[in-house]
Design a protein around this ligand. Structure first.
Ligand SMILES: [Zn+2]
Length: 110
């Protein structure tokens, strides 16, 4: 894959994590699912993000412009379930969420 198309793919992937205002997490998951499967099948996932996709919600903060904080949900690529990730904790398991680490250890069926 050329650098250009991998940039485009990365950009789309980042936007895939954005949950719309009127969407529930499961509606979000349904909406992006076909594209997510396509990305996984064609190995288009960014290297740093091959194990789960984090959900974000766009929030307008007047002083900062738009940003997209995580809403503490992610899709686990092993079991394809929506997982509550909890707080992001640096220095644990390679910057993964502690909730994801716990999920993989105790409840992941993948
Ligand atoms: Zn899982």
């Amino acid at each position: 894959m050329s650098n250009f198309s991998s940039l485009i793919a990365h950009d789309e992937y980042v936007r895939m994590g954005n949950v719309r205002d009127n969407e529930t997490p499961s509606e979000w998951m349904d909406r992006i699912w076909p594209r997510l499967q396509y990305f996984r099948k064609n190995d288009l996932l960014p290297t740093e993000n091959k194990k789960y996709l984090e959900a974000r919600k766009l929030v307008l903060v007047l002083t900062l412009g738009i940003y997209a904080p995580a809403i503490r949900l992610a899709i686990c690529f092993s079991c394809d379930q929506l997982i509550y990730t909890g707080e992001r904790t640096a220095n644990i398991g390679n910057y993964n969420h502690i909730g994801m680490e716990r999920h993989w250890k105790f409840s992941c069926s993948g």
